[in-house]
Write a protein that binds this ligand. Structure first.
Ligand SMILES: [Fe+2]
Length: 163
C-alpha cells in the first residue's frame, strides 16, 4: 500500500475511535476503557511507523521544518497519553485530557494531510511510496502482534524522535 494512503487510513481509524469514545456514555466504563486503550495502541503504532520510516525517509530541504514540528507534536501527544494511561477513568479531568489529546491529533493530522503529504507525494515516485508503505505496514503488523503497542509510550516522553 502507498505510504500516504496507509497513514491517511490510520488517521480515519483514530478519528473514529475518538468519536466512539465521546459517544460512549459515562456509565459505559468498560467501553470507555477499551476505547482509550485502542486509541493509545493506534497512536503508538502510527507514531512509530512515521518516526522510524516515513519521517527519516521524507526528510529533505522543503520538509525538514514541518517534520521537526511533527515530532514535537508527537511528543506532546505521547506525554498526554502517558498521563491518561495512569489516570482514573472517573477522574473529573479525564474527559478533558481526552479532548485535548483529540484536538492535538486533529491539528497534527490536518497539517500532515494538507502540508506535508503533498510535498512528499511530489518528490517521491509511486514505487518509492509503495515500497515505503509496505515496510510501514510490516512494522505496524509486527508491533500489533507483539501486543499492547501503547506500553512503549511512557518511555518516549523525554525528547522528540530523531529525524
Ligand atoms: Fe504523525
Amino acid at each position: 500500500m502507498n505510504a500516504i494512503d496507509l497513514l491517511k487510513k490510520q488517521h480515519r481509524e483514530v478519528e473514529q475511535l475518538f468519536s466512539r469514545f465521546e459517544e460512549a456514555g459515562e456509565e459505559a466504563e468498560k467501553t470507555r476503557e477499551r476505547l482509550c486503550q485502542q486509541i493509545g495502541d493506534a497512536l503508538a503504532v502510527h507514531a512509530e511507523i512515521e518516526e522510524r520510516i516515513f519521517y527519516p525517509e521524507s526528510k529533505q530541504e522543503n520538509t525538514e521544518e514541518l517534520l521537526r514540528e511533527s515530532v514535537e507534536e508527537h511528543l506532546a501527544v505521547k506525554r498526554l497519553l502517558a498521563d491518561i494511561m495512569q489516570a482514573d477513568l472517573d477522574d473529573p479531568q479525564f474527559d478533558a485530557k481526552m479532548k485535548v489529546v483529540k484536538e492535538l491529533v486533529e491539528h497534527h493530522v490536518q497539517e500532515e494531510e494538507e502540508e506535508l503529504f503533498p510535498l512528499i507525494a511530489d518528490s517521491c515516485s509511486t514505487d518509492e511510496l509503495e515500497d515505503m508503505g509496505s515496510r510501514m505496514q510490516d512494522l505496524a503488523q509486527e508491533l500489533e502482534e507483539e501486543g499492547q503497542p501503547r506500553a512503549s509510550i511512557p518511555g518516549q516522553t523525554d525528547s522528540p524522535a530523531q529525524i
